[in-house]
Design a protein around this ligand. Structure first.
Ligand code: SAM
Length: 275
């Protein structure tokens, strides 16, 4: 098995993931400080990184075997082949290309916070839905959930996951803006921008959850406010602790008051009231 190692994590390398799959990657795995892209053969890649050879084991089977159920607040996140006897609310997610198996700190903190804040009947937006896990969690708590993502490839997976969990969730391609990427200016070589304009989503919502990254939250701060009516709750994660101050000052300047903060490892989750 041929592995191409890129320095960074799923967040910072998000812009490359579609291009890696298009070039033949069979899967991506986050390791401490780096991301491994698995390829059936070596090829020239237009990204900074290095090749590593692994013995020919069935890595997908090994990955599935090692994947354990994850608890987050009242939820347990399971793969379809897991069995679970506990009283937790089950979320079944097929691990695939889309981010959101529940194994990342940010996803877990967002699920825990949703469980504290969502009330039945609320209109909830999950911005950057990936596998759909947060929208599905909100729907299991009784919300009317909409999941949107700028990446069209994840939408069928999110829909399939909602079907598996027997909840009604709407998923669509979209964002709060055209495909603007604040990291692209510092990234070495961004893949070509999406050809079609991104459909934009409109509120009002009672609660918005977004697991993105600090620079994008800062850029979206004013747009977040426009998603709510008079009031509402905003849950933001994907924030590295060292970038938290950036997000906090942008959100405070845009009419949000901090309600709660969680941290797991280097990752932070902030809950705001729109006022
Ligand atoms: C870290 S994943 C979060 C997945 C899932 N919500 C979770 O919490 O595990 C971020 C997702 O946001 C999407 N995304 C990135 N930039 C976006 C943007 N500007 N607008 C909408 N979605 C975006 C990515 O395609 C990716 O699926």
């Amino acid at each position: 098995m041929h592995v191409f190692r890129l320095r960074g994590n799923f967040e910072t390398l998000d812009i490359y993931s579609a291009a890696l799959f298009e070039l033949g990657a069979r899967g991506l795995e986050e390791k401490p400080g780096e991301v491994w892209a698995y390829f059936p053969e070596r090829l020239e890649l237009p990204f900074p990184g290095e090749w590593l050879e692994l013995p020919d084991t069935d890595w997908l089977e090994a990955y599935k075997r090692d994947l354990k159920p994850v608890r987050a607040g009242p939820f347990v996140v399971l793969a379809p082949w897991h069995t679970w006897e506990g009283p937790e609310k089950r979320i079944v997610i097929e691990p695939g290309m889309a981010f959101g198996t529940g194994h990342h700190e940010t996803t877990r903190m967002a699920l825990e916070t949703l469980a504290e804040r969502v009330e039945p009947g609320m209109r909830v937006l999950d911005l950057g839905t990936g596998s759909g896990i947060l929208a599905i969690g909100a729907a299991l708590l009784g919300a009317e959930a909409l999941g949107i993502d700028i990446d069209p490839a994840v939408i069928p997976q999110a829909r399939e996951n909602a079907r598996r969990n027997q909840v009604k969730v709407q998923f669509q391609v979209g964002s709060l803006d055209e495909a603007y990427d604040p990291l692209a200016e510092t990234a070495p070589q961004a893949p070509p921008a999406q050809p079609a304009p991104t459909p934009l989503v409109q509120g009002p919502f009672d609660l918005v959850v977004a697991n993105l990254y600090a620079e994008l939250h800062t850029y979206f701060a004013q747009k977040y406010r426009e998603l709510f009516g008079i009031c509402g709750t905003l849950i933001l994660t994907g924030i590295l602790a060292e970038r938290e101050a950036l997000v906090r000052s942008a959100l405070e300047a845009s009419g949000f008051g901090l309600l709660a903060r969680r941290q797991e490892g280097e990752w932070v989750c902030l809950t705001y009231a729109a006022r």
